[in-house]
Design a protein. Structure first.
Length: 414
């Protein structure tokens, strides 16, 4: 009963939350993006959790982990389903070079600078390096939601806007893959020893699991079942793939992305699946965000300056990485050197990545502090800062690129 009641409360809140819009037109642009990404549900979950009102206890949170696994599987499958080669081949190689290159370079910049700062304070143990690498994976990810919102708000049209949307839609591949590599290097049962390159075989294992799950899902749905039956297959496949990944200490996001990509590229038609995902997206996503909020703890006051540092370092990393790639990747139109200003918003995938890390390394300690709690709180706060400030920088970038109509650009207000 102790677990059933909080679970019912969260499900009811999720159903109610799915009935209302994630955004409000009366909000300023930054907070509006925060609402659209659903970050306010994370705050509600935090208020209900053990660090808030205590309605959901720490013991209940542990027992609700299957719902988190389902959410991770759903997020990964949804992203993977977009990786259809028939759509992806329509874009030029230069766009992929920029999208994937800036994400990889952001990861390198963030990880290098963060590790050097830690070394400067005399902190260089393997657990800390794991936290740095995990945070760097989340820092590489951008969301197209910020660009889309600014575009809708100011009727933006142009090449830079389209390029930003493409980059934000595809660069999560780098962060999700890097997180699986991190999991392979740092197995939970040997994290304190340090990275082991021989364990990279688990990256191939994760890919194989995703491939098999995708094939099994297509076999189950080969007879084109009705919507009610299809949703059961979809929820079951996401829960099974994610749960199996966690059981074998693999990344549930990576496995689910591979599963979604297999279905997208081998299935004759994904339209019924996409319609189903759209119909259930809010309910599953809100439930996941509520549970993610329940996980938030503030193990030390250092969480707040670290979150600010995370957001600042990621900002500089995105700006520097995009500038470096723009200077070497050729385009048929002029691309601003400050393109990184449009890549600040992060969206929900980094939160899902942080949840995955919290489930994977639930017993780690660093200087007497719960390592996974520290990482999760820093990433969630950093994402919130990026969502609040990102639209302003995106708007300024597009205005300087001349893609905001003059009548819209006069008196810009965020």
């Amino acid at each position: 009963m102790d677990t059933l009641f909080p679970a019912l409360v969260l499900i009811v809140l999720a159903l109610l939350g799915a009935r209302v819009s994630f955004s409000t037109e009366r909000s300023r642009l930054g907070p509006r993006l925060l609402f659209r990404t659903g970050a306010h549900f994370v705050l509600v979950g935090f208020a209900l959790g053990p660090s808030g009102l205590g309605l959901v206890t720490a013991e209940a949170t542990t027992q609700l982990s299957p719902l988190l696994a389902l959410g991770l599987g759903w997020v990964g499958f949804h992203f993977g389903l977009q990786l259809d080669r028939r759509a992806l081949t329509q874009f030029s190689a230069s766009r992929y070079a920029l999208a994937l290159g800036q994400a990889a370079l952001t990861f390198v910049i963030f990880a290098t600078v963060a590790f050097l700062i830690c070394r400067g304070f005399g902190l260089d143990d393997s657990v800390l390096l794991l936290l740095v690498l995990s945070a760097s994976c989340t820092a590489a990810v951008t969301t197209p939601a910020g660009i889309a919102m600014v575009s809708a708000n100011f009727r933006v049209k142009g090449n830079v806007r389209n390029l930003l949307l493409f980059v934000g839609s595809i660069d999560a591949i780098v962060g999700i893959t890097a997180l699986q590599v991190t999991y392979a290097l740092y197995r939970p049962d040997a994290t304190v020893v340090g990275p082991d390159l021989s364990q990279l075989v688990f990256v191939a294992l994760a890919g194989g699991v995703g491939l098999i799950c995708g094939i099994v899902f297509m076999w189950l749905t080969r007879s084109r079942p009705a919507a009610e039956e299809l949703v059961l297959f979809l929820l079951g496949a996401c829960a099974f793939a994610s749960g199996l990944a966690l059981q074998w200490n693999l990344s549930p996001l990576f496995v689910s992305v591979i599963m979604g990509a297999v279905v997208a590229n081998l299935s004759r038609s994904t339209e019924p699946i996409q319609l189903l995902l759209f119909r259930w997206e809010k309910t599953v996503y809100v439930t996941f965000l509520l549970l993610a909020g329940v996980l938030i703890q503030i193990p030390t006051w250092l969480v707040f300056p670290l979150a600010l540092g995370y957001a600042a370092l990621r900002f500089l990393g995105k700006l520097g990485a995009a500038s470096a790639l723009v200077s070497v990747v050729p385009f048929k139109f002029e691309v601003p050197r400050r393109l990184g200003l449009g890549l600040i918003p992060q969206g929900g995938i980094p939160i899902a990545m942080a949840v995955s890390a919290a489930l994977m390394y639930s017993d780690l300690q660093i200087r007497g502090v719960d390592a996974e709690a520290l990482l999760f709180a820093v990433v969630v706060m950093g994402v919130a800062l990026a969502e609040l400030t990102g639209p302003y920088f995106t708007m300024r970038l597009l205005d300087r690129a001349g893609e905001i109509p003059r009548e819209e650009a006069v008196g810009l207000d965020v």
